[in-house]
Design a protein around this ligand. Sequence first.
Ligand code: ADP
Ligand code: MG
Ligand code: MG
Length: 980
Amino acid sequence: MPKAKNVYFFGNGKAEGDAAMRDLLGGKGANLAEMTNLGIPVPPGFTISTDVCAAFYENGRKYPAGLDKEVMASLERLEKTIGKKLGDPDDPLLVSIRSGAPVSMPGMMDTILNLGMNDRSVRGLAAKTKNPRFAWDAYRRFIQMYGDVVMEVPHDKFEEALSAMKKARGVHEDTDLKAGDLEKLVDEYKRIVKASAKRDFPQKPLEQMWGAVDAVFGSWMNERAIKYRQLNEIKNIKGTAVNVQAMVFGNFGDDSGTGVCFSRDPSTGKNEFYGEYLMNAQGEDVVAGIRTPEKISTLAKRNKAIYDQLVGIKNRLEKHFRDMQDMEFTVQQGKLFLLQTRNGKRTGAAAVKCAVDMVNEKLITKEMAIKRVSPALLDQILHPMIDAGAQKAARALAKGLNASPGAACGKIVFTAHEAEAWHERGEKVLLVRKETSPEDIGGMAVAEGILTSTGGMTSHAAVVARGMGTPCIAGAKDVIIQGKTMSIGSKSFREGDWITIDGSLGEIYEGKLPLVPPEISRDMSTFLKWCDDICAESKRGDIKGFQVWTNADQPVDAKRAFQFGAQGVGLCRTEHMFFDKEKLIHFQAMIVADTPAERKEALKKILPLQQKDFFGIFKEMEGKPVVIRLLDPPLHEFVPHTPEDTQELAEHLKVPAAALQSKIDRLHEQNPMLGHRGCRLAVTYPEIYDMQVEAIALAAVDCIKQNIPVRPEIMIPIVITARELNLLRPSAEAVLKRVFDSAGVKVPVKIGTMIEVPRAAIRAGHIAQYADFFSFGTNDLTQMTFAFSRDDVGSFLPSYLEKNVLDTDPFKSVDEEGVGFLIDIAVRQGRAFNPDLKIGICGEHGGDPATINFCYRAGLSYVSCSPFRVPLARLAAAQAVLNNQKAKPAPVKKAKGAGAADKKAAAKKAPAKKAPAKKAAVKKPAAKKPVVKKAAAKKAADKKAAKKAPAKKPAAKKAAVKKPAVKKAAKKAKAKKAGK
Ligand code: ADP
Ligand code: MG
Ligand code: MG
């Protein structure tokens, strides 16, 4: 049987792989192959595939048989191509060992450069190149990297030795050290290695190479990498690939250099060549932020030919990949080499600008543009800015590079560890560091903002912050960090002090400046308009269109959401209106009233206040539907909770405090979430809902009188049976009629219900008889389906996620298999009774892209989310439409090498496509893992089936079976025989 191919060569203008083989070769390897095939100068090499990584872990950290032969053959081929041999004492081939997973993963092993150097070849290299300084520098870098990464020698030890040497020689830059200094340093480094690793630095190049390859595969499961995958929800990836590539040298002298560049500005998205480079430096130097690099534009002056060649290549790569490229290059003695290209990470603003520009440039279609921008990126544009007035009045203490936009304020912390600890305690932190590295990722993720004193626009801090959408300033040279203090000029700050940063301008301010919400740019509104068009034109059977509404309790929220493009208010929670002091006291009086008359009296005082709020919201929404939910939470939430408050209420009511207290005590419930709440309140106290309906009607009348279009909808919460609606609906209708008749107006008002109790979902066909619309309250529906209290879930949910008992937090993304099943039943039954039934979702889930995708598949008419998430939801809604379209042949050639974000989304959506879970289940019958994995694989398979044929979901079948019953009920509806 022929063995599977595990190693793929690239070089001399031809490669065995290409960009489409990303899953197998990793992003780096696939694109190195692609560039090679395009005839772009790339140092030759070979890629050991991700299959090997998967096999390595499946076989107890052993490589598949025959791998060594394959690697040796490729190495020989590489030696032939270059004309040098690994370990040749006179003229050695040197290689780099580079990890590279299918998605970009900064948590992985660091690259090792200059592999193949040893005590003999360093002299050969010095003689051959007539550049001893270069040879010794290459060797000492190699020992440092290899020692650190493979032999686990503490990084600091090398740094200390290097600093000591510079100090001894009285120089500042590494480049000022002479060959002899470096030779001494090599001796010192070797001593450090021996002392720390308890063995000599390996001299045999093949041993070095396999050591490095082992380390890359080993790093797939290191803590950093695992954490990174967790944080970024990267699942179902086979592993990393390893690239072995011939070295080119940017540290050869002043005619050499290295840099990182982007085909467009990754911060703003402007179509401007953007990047940084350092002369006489090796790859890592630019990223590590050790020396501050120069702008790419200055390369035009320094070396016009190279600059022009680079511009030509970046144009070509961008056209080829149809996306903004992030490239690494090295110039060796005036000759240009590309070492990497990938779709560039960008800020939300840049993502939108690039997408819109590229459509206008006819590089991509609108659909591609929409699919490409990840909704999470839009979220970051909607981050606050410093209030313009306050910013003008304040004086910036210092300026650094505007590495990631948006403003942030927080308490200063100096380590990632502290950041996490403080965040745990509920503090807002701003992470201040000299530079950051991959192990800081956890702290960076929780920080409001990041400030570093060194590093450029492509430093680790800058790149990671942009990816996270966290405001960041890098390279703020005036910021001096010493232990747990930071000083800027004469000002000094300690851990816990507040500062504010403006990542868009790179400015640092003392204290806590007020932040304001952002505005939507012209590109953004163009882009979102495209999204809306896609949604409006979408069709699912008889259901036309798909909309984004908002949850807004106050006129200001409604206004903001409307500006952000909401097409209706899907949830206006009336109880929030009571929390302000003025209303609360009347509401409390109502709650503790003894008689209906007293209760009505108190409610009368609230009525005009509610009316005013409703009017405000109607006005802001300019005739768009506004769904007002009648009172929902248990009454006791509103009663006084402290003796002082009780006293105050007692005075207001002119009753003794003690008597009031005992009444309050009687209101106490053991399980308020399952207690006297929602429409149950109206079943016992009808006057509460009557007052609210009257306020809605009066507000509508006010609108009509002022010529403001108005479309109120009334929503009744916590319904469990059609009979509740059968009781409550007529009384609401009576109130509406009374108000409208006496005002002489006609306002159509829909009356609908929330579906948020499992029973309601199951009985939806009956409930639909009395409801003009359904809205899924997925917070409660999730709570009650799982029997998880949202307030208490924190104590055990993390274990569920960690141990793979659950895939995702069901309060973040709707649980499709359980809660989604109920939604599916309710939709089918509801529509079977009333095909025009308007159905939406108004839980927190409404702003979650995965849930939005589900809602589209489930046939909902709209999703409703918080105002700030509206733009993101508009995009996610359009993506749901596009991603659920039946595949038709793409009009343009498919762009290769999808961005990490896209990949991520794809991986999430179609887990069934990825093999590892399945393989593990099949191949590993032992140990306890398989159980979980098998389940996962089965689930993945289920999902796949569900995805392929949504109509054949179990839910669909069951609902179909039940349909006749529902229809019967429908026919009987008028006969007042509502089902329970
Ligand atoms: P990362 O994934 O962290 O970017 P890379 O593998 O891209 O790691 O390598 C880190 C740095 O080393 C980059 O600047 C890269 O250009 C440089 N580098 C990697 N391989 C070589 C090589 N063969 N010759 C010259 N520079 C290299
Ligand atoms: Mg790289
Ligand atoms: Mg609810």
